[in-house]
Design a protein around this ligand. Structure first.
Ligand SMILES: NC(=O)c1ccc[n+]([C@@H]2O[C@H](COP(=O)([O-])OP(=O)(O)OC[C@H]3O[C@@H](n4cnc5c(N)ncnc54)[C@H](O)[C@@H]3O)[C@@H](O)[C@H]2O)c1
Length: 378
């Protein structure tokens, strides 16, 4: 059931796993962090809660989260890891798991992830594996995590060979998003989260895409009500996609729009580009590739580019990106199948192109991609 209750938005995510349907609620409400204890206690009872947060988020919101648990008589302990994508590693995973063991957590524990997508992926993987899996509660604190990464159950870590290559599917039992905490989020991180919201509009809801474009001023002012509406709609779209396909093999690939090129751009930048920045450039360029391939309606890429630029997001690769290194990175990112890289392409804003063989990605010749990425205006 979706809707507004108790002054907040609630979206119930349902995912099919074999014959079973897993379902959990995603709540969005400004101020929710301080009364999170009651919702956690009823939706996910546990003997003790391990709160996993990076050092920066722990400093900002760790004590408030502990206090919210204590107010309901729940026991919690804060476990920290150093902030940054480069710490989303197996080493951090083992330190956090060992920390939980040292602190005496057992099978009756639950993990609360407090933070952005890095904490969500890393802490989620700890929850998926600790004692062969304990329940997970997500309290996302970046816009990207609220409207995207905290929902969907993808957890994991990066390896020297690439991002997110070791991990597990582990759906949360509850997601609590408090847009009021976004007031402390740095501007580039905020814009990076908006990129994923634009993606949700581009793949499934043209009116949503245009409403984000029209409301940028309020959003950048971090208006909590406007942000609540944004997060709730994005979560609904992600939930809709997931309800058709938990495993990434099929329809869920529509969520990869912009991500094929983004993964290569992120890698060649040494992860200096934020994920959402790379996704924005990826979406602008994949829209252009779709047009050049005759799949996307002409004019879509111009609109996508102008909206993303208005949101202070990049729409092209690094000026000095080397084509050879770029295509090598694309190959390493594992996006190549049957000799050609496959892309999620749009028919139009709000509509993804299905392909003849019933999949949701399209092989595009490298020469065409090269022409769009490197031959124009250079
Ligand atoms: N699992 C998924 O489905 C999924 C989807 C998209 C992205 N991701 C992953 O998410 C990660 C990126 O997530 P991210 O952009 O949230 O990065 P992040 O978790 O590193 O957070 C960004 C920075 O913001 C800080 N921060 C977080 N919340 C804050 C707040 N409220 N106020 C001030 N500072 C705050 C953090 O300490 C960090 O330094 C990537 O690793 C990406 O692969 C996962």
């Amino acid at each position: 059931m979706n809707g507004q209750e108790h002054g907040g938005h609630r979206t119930t995510v349902k995912v099919k796993r074999d014959a079973e349907v897993v379902s959990y609620d995603v709540w969005v409400r400004p101020g929710m962090l301080d009364d999170a204890g009651a919702m956690i206690g009823s939706a996910c009872p546990a003997d003790r809660y391990a709160i996993i947060a990076d050092t920066q988020v722990a400093e900002l919101y760790g004590e408030r989260t502990l206090a919210a648990l204590e107010a309901e008589g729940l026991k919690g302990a804060l476990l920290k890891f150093p902030a940054g994508e480069w710490n989303k590693t197996r080493e951090s995973w083992s330190e956090l798991g060992d920390g939980m063991l040292r602190a005496g957590f057992g099978r009756d524990a639950a993990v609360i992830v407090l933070g952005g997508g890095v904490a969500g992926d890393l802490g989620g993987f700890v929850a998926a594996t600790f004692m062969r899996g304990v329940p997970l509660i997500q309290i996302p604190t970046t816009l990207l995590a609220m409207l995207d990464s905290s929902v969907g159950g993808m957890t994991g870590v990066d390896t020297p060979a690439g991002k997110n290559l070791v991990g597990a599917f582990h759906q949360p039992a509850l997601v609590l998003a408090d847009p009021a905490v976004l007031t402390t989020l740095p501007a580039p991180q905020f814009a990076s989260g908006l990129a994923e919201a634009f993606k949700h509009g581009l793949i499934l809801d043209a009116a949503y895409f245009e409403s984000i474009a029209d409301g940028l001023e309020d959003l950048f002012a971090r208006d909590p009500e406007r942000l609540s509406d944004l997060i709730a709609r994005s979560v609904e779209i992600k939930a809709e996609v997931m309800s058709r396909d938990e495993w990434e093999g099929g329809y869920r690939r529509v969520l990869n729009f912009g991500h094929t090129l983004a993964s290569a751009q992120e890698a060649i930048s040494g992860y200096a580009w934020l994920h959402g920045e790379a996704v924005a450039a990826g979406m602008a360029l994949e829209a252009a590739i779709g047009e050049a391939a005759g799949v996307t309606r002409p004019g879509v890429s111009v609109r996508v580019r102008e909206v993303l630029e208005a949101a202070r997001l990049p729409v092209a690769l690094d000026q000095d990106a080397d084509p050879t290194r770029f295509f090598e990175a694309l190959e390493r990112a594992g996006k190549r199948e049957g000799g050609q890289v496959r892309y999620t392409l749009l028919v139009d804003i709000g509509l993804v192109a299905g392909s003849d063989e019933g999949s949701w990605t399209h092989p595009v010749p490298e020469e065409l991609v090269r022409a769009v990425l490197f031959d124009k205006g250079r």
